[in-house]
Design a protein around this ligand. Sequence first.
Ligand code: PEP
Length: 249
Amino acid sequence: MRKKIVAGNWKMNTLLKEGMELARAVEKLENEKTSDALVIIAPPYTHLSKVKDMIENVRLSAQNCASEDSGAYTGEVSPAMLVSAGVEYVILGHSERRALFGEDNALLNKKVKLALSEGLKPIFCCGEVLEERESGKHFDIVKEQIEVGLEGLSAADMSQIVIAYEPVWAIGTGVVASPDQAQEMHHEIRGFLASMFDDKVAEDMSILYGGSCKPSNAAELFANPDVDGGLIGGAALKAEDFLGIVNAY
Ligand code: PEP
């Protein structure tokens, strides 16, 4: 059975002390949550091992990882390093990595495979830009991101993956996808997975929605049968808002 998940992507926000306070507050509220959703936080690299020591029920994710496992790659952080710091998940293919750092589907496929080989669970992001939606190409774009990004994986690998559908036009804009738009794409993604892998992989996959999700709109998004939770940016920076989204289930 697939899991309900709410994951917070802190992006490049919070200094170490603030991040530790936020992690402490999220852990405290997690213990009082009214939903059975799994709660994940993705702080910046610098915070990971300290935050790990402060959380028990909340799960830890990184926001990115290298595509190589060690060597002369100045500034990079390998999946094995993340595992050694107690990290369990890694966000891969976020639209900011794709747009600002030129990460393409082939590179992401390499990262996904390396992360899996080290025991990290990828939260694999996909989503179209506004122009692609307006020209009716959104299903094709997301299909290609999934087909290339998750190419060559086994059903066992897929059981370690979470998919986040994040329409780029909704990220950080305050414009949220309608519940019908989210459901339609999530259903389509499940169809892509069924044809690439099998029905079980498709049925068991947790598919999160991301893009301007808030406590006030989360319940109607999460009410859809193919929406299994959220990847949250801005609203993950306040513990009350973040847990408000968790409790919207
Ligand atoms: C994100 O960046 O993954 C995201 C969903 O951001 P926001 O919630 O701020 O739109």
